[in-house]
Write a protein that binds this ligand. Sequence first.
Ligand code: SF4
Length: 227
Amino acid sequence: MAAVSDIVLQVGGITPFTTIDFPGRLAAVIFCQGCPWRCQYCHNRHLLPAGENGKYPWEEVLRWLETRRGLLEGVVFSGGEPLLQRQLPEAVEQLHRDGFEVALHTSGVYPERLRKILPSVEWVGLDIKAPFDEYDVITGGGNGERVRDSLGFVLAFGKAHELRCTLDPDFFNVERAEKMARQLVEMGANHLVLQSCRDEVHRRKRPVSKEIIASFERFLPSVTCRL
Ligand code: SF4
């Protein structure tokens, strides 16, 4: 691997080893700096400001990955929002040349960028945060129609993927859960992973009522609880 690169990527953090962020692969996670949204429950707030110099220059990341060759099978781009990085497609290509498979975690905020990069990545984790018409409540102004488009691209392309929802108990009630589940089914999605959100002070998981979970299960063929 040549650890020389003219690619500019704002990297705000690295998890050197994970078995859960890229199904079936031993992987490292690269956290990209910057996100246009401001979800109340975001647990990576230090990664949100865009335009800040990343903590790790991309060349340094490549040099480190070189020492992991043979130990890691994949690299996950997470964030923040990785698709904010204009040179992400080039970085993905570079990692492929170096023998790594690549996964992408995204909020779906940039559907066109996602559409273009889909053929190049091996797996996508797409967040579904709320019914598409109520996204602004969770994201502080974000437009859920972008996520609807992103989901449409992922499903149409047939890319290996996971849809996951962080359940904010202050937001979700039975009505909203059912509405979101129906919207997903109408688009052809058949599986959803439910995750807890954590309270800001103690980082404890916030409980989710059984009624909310049952509301998703009523409509979606498959629901996995990671609560
Ligand atoms: S989209 Fe993700 S990274 Fe951005 S604010 Fe929301 S939870 Fe945080």
